[in-house]
Ligand binder design. Structure first.
Ligand SMILES: NC(=O)c1ccc[n+]([C@@H]2O[C@H](COP(=O)([O-])OP(=O)(O)OC[C@H]3O[C@@H](n4cnc5c(N)ncnc54)[C@H](O)[C@@H]3O)[C@@H](O)[C@H]2O)c1
Ligand SMILES: O=C(O)C(=O)C[C@@H](O)[C@H](O)[C@H](O)COP(=O)(O)O
Ligand SMILES: [Zn+2]
Length: 379
C-alpha cells in the first residue's frame, strides 16, 4: 500500500503519486496556500475551469495566485459540462487569449468539472499543466486522481478523452460542507467499490458508519477518503494507461468495477442518475453475474446489496430494456471486438476479468437487478 506522509503538526496528509509524472494529492482543510506551488512559477496565466455553483469559491483561489492573470471559465453544473461544445468554447477563448504551453489549467468542481478541465488541459497545445481542486467526495477519492479525462458524446459516456495526469490535487474537505447528502452518498459508492476490489478494511469501516449521521468531520469518513485514494494511487502507478495487470490482476481496469452497466445506465437516463448511483447498480449487477458464472457465492452478492443499500444507494431498478443496455455495454472501453469484458470478483479484494459471458447470464443478472433479488441459475 502507498505510504501516507502526514505533514507534521497539521491535519494534512500528503499522498504521493509516483511514476513518470509524479505529483502529490493533499488531503485536509484550508489547502489553498498549496496552489501557487502546484501551478508553478512559469505560468503567467491560469485558466480556471469552475462549476458555476462553485463560482463563489473561485475568488479565494484567484487571490492566492497573486500576479498571474486568471481567466475564469464558469461551466454548467455537473454532467452538462462534459461536452465537446463546452470544451470548444474554452479552446476558442484560450486561442483568443494566447494561452501558451507554460500556462496552467486549474479546475474547481466535482468530477464532471475535473474531467472536462483535465480534457481541455490534455488537448490544448497537445497538453498543458493542470491542477485539480475537487469539491465533491467522488472527485476527491476518484476523478481528480489518476489522469483520466473525458467528455460524453452521442455515442456514450466518456468515449472521447485522454490520459493526462495532474501536477497536483488539493482535496480540501471543507468544500464538502455545502455538498448535498445525495452527492456525498454518490461519492461513497466509489469508496465502497475500492473496498470490494482492493481494501476489505474499507468495507468494515463503511459497515460501521451510521448512514444517517454521516458527517463531514467524521474521522471515519476521513479514513475512508484516504484509503480510497491510496487504492486508486496504487492501481494507477502500476498501470496508468490501462494496458493490463500482472498475474491475473486486471490492472487499472479494476477501478472500472461496476462501470460497464453503470455507464450504460447513466447514458440511457440522459445523465439524470448520479454516477455513484449508477456504479452501485453496476456493482450489484456484476456481483450477480459473477455468482451466475460460479465465481462467488450468494453471501458476497448480498453483502453488495446491503452495503450499497445501507447508504440509500440503489441496488435494484426497473426501466431500460436489457437490449438497450446491452447495446451500450458493447461500446464500453473494456470490450474487445464483439467480446464484452467485465471486472468481477473471485472474492473480496480478488478481482479478475470475465471475458465473453453468455448472453443468458448477462440477461439473468439484469433480471435480478430488476427483481431486486437473486437470479435463478441458468441451465
Ligand atoms: N476521471 C476519473 O477517473 C473519474 C472517476 C470517477 C468519476 N468520474 C466522473 O466524475 C463525474 C461525477 O463526479 P461528481 O459526482 O463529482 O459529480 P458532478 O461534478 O456532476 O457534481 C455533482 C453535483 O454537485 C455539485 N457540487 C460540486 N461541488 C459542490 C460543493 N462543494 N457544494 C455543493 N454542490 C457541489 C455540482 O454542481 C453538481 O450539481 C462523472 O462524470 C464521472 O464520469 C471520473
Ligand atoms: O480511474 C479509472 O481508471 C476508473 O475507471 C475510475 C472510474 O471510477 C471512473 O468513473 C472512470 O472515469 C471510468 O473510466 P472509463 O475509462 O470507463 O471512462
Ligand atoms: Zn466511476
Amino acid at each position: 500500500m502507498t505510504d501516507p506522509t502526514p505533514t507534521a503538526g497539521t491535519a494534512e496528509t500528503t499522498l504521493h503519486v509516483g511514476g513518470a509524472s509524479p505529483y502529490d494529492v493533499v488531503v485536509g482543510t484550508d489547502l489553498a496556500r498549496h496552489l501557487p506551488a502546484m501551478v508553478g512559477d512559469a505560468a503567467e496565466r491560469v485558466a480556471m475551469v469552475v462549476d458555476t455553483r462553485l463560482q463563489p469559491y473561485a475568488d479565494d483561489l484567484v487571490d492566492i495566485l497573486g500576479e498571474r492573470e486568471v481567466l475564469v471559465f464558469a461551466v454548467p453544473e455537473g454532467e452538462e459540462a462534459k461536452s465537446v461544445e463546452v470544451a470548444a468554447e474554452i479552446w476558442n477563448a484560450l486561442g483568443q487569449e494566447g494561452f501558451t504551453r507554460s500556462d496552467v489549467v486549474v479546475t474547481l468542481g466535482g468530477g464532471a468539472t475535473t474531467d472536462l478541465g483535465g480534457f481541455i488541459a490534455a488537448t490544448w497545445l497537445r497538453g498543458v499543466r493542470v491542477v485539480h481542486v475537487p469539491t465533491t467526495l467522488l472527485a476527491m477519492v476518484d476523478a481528480a486522481v489518476g489522469g483520466k479525462t473525458a467528455v460524453n458524446t452521442e455515442a456514450g459516456k466518456n468515449l472521447v478523452g485522454a490520459f493526462h495526469e495532474p501536477a497536483g490535487v488539493l482535496c480540501d474537505l471543507s468544500y464538502l460542507r455545502t455538498l448535498a447528502g445525495e452527492e456525498l452518498v454518490s461519492g461513497l459508492a466509489e469508496v465502497i467499490k475500492c473496498g470490494f476490489v482492493a481494501d476489505p478494511e474499507i468495507l468494515r469501516l463503511a459497515e460501521s458508519l451510521e448512514p444517517g449521521a454521516l458527517g463531514v468531520d467524521d474521522p471515519v469518513l476521513r479514513e475512508l477518503v484516504e484509503r480510497a485514494i491510496r487504492v486508486k494511487i496504487d492501481v494507477v502507478v502500476a498501470d496508468l494507461r490501462e494496458t493490463g495487470g500482472r498475474d491475473g490482476h486486471p490492472g487499472r481496469e479494476v477501478l472500472n468495477y461496476g462501470h460497464t452497466l453503470g455507464h450504460a445506465i447513466e447514458a440511457i437516463s440522459g445523465y439524470t442518475i448520479r454516477h455513484g448511483e449508477a456504479v452501485s447498480l453496476g456493482c450489484v449487477y456484476v456481483a450477480e453475474l459473477a455468482r451466475l458464472e460460479g465465481r462467488i457465492g450468494p453471501d458476497l452478492v448480498q453483502r453488495h446489496r446491503e452495503l450499497f443499500g445501507r447508504f440509500g444507494l440503489p441496488t435494484g431498478m426497473s426501466g431500460p430494456s436489457f437490449d438497450d443496455v446491452l447495446e451500450l455495454m458493447r461500446v464500453d472501453k473494456k470490450a474487445r471486438g464483439s467480446q464484452l469484458r467485465f471486472v468481477v470478483l473471485d472474492d473480496v479484494a480478488r478481482p479478475a476479468v470475465l471475458a465473453g459471458p453468455s448472453e443468458a447470464n448477462l440477461r439473468a443478472a439484469y433480471d435480478a437487478l430488476e427483481l431486486g433479488e437473486e437470479a435463478p441459475e441458468q441451465p
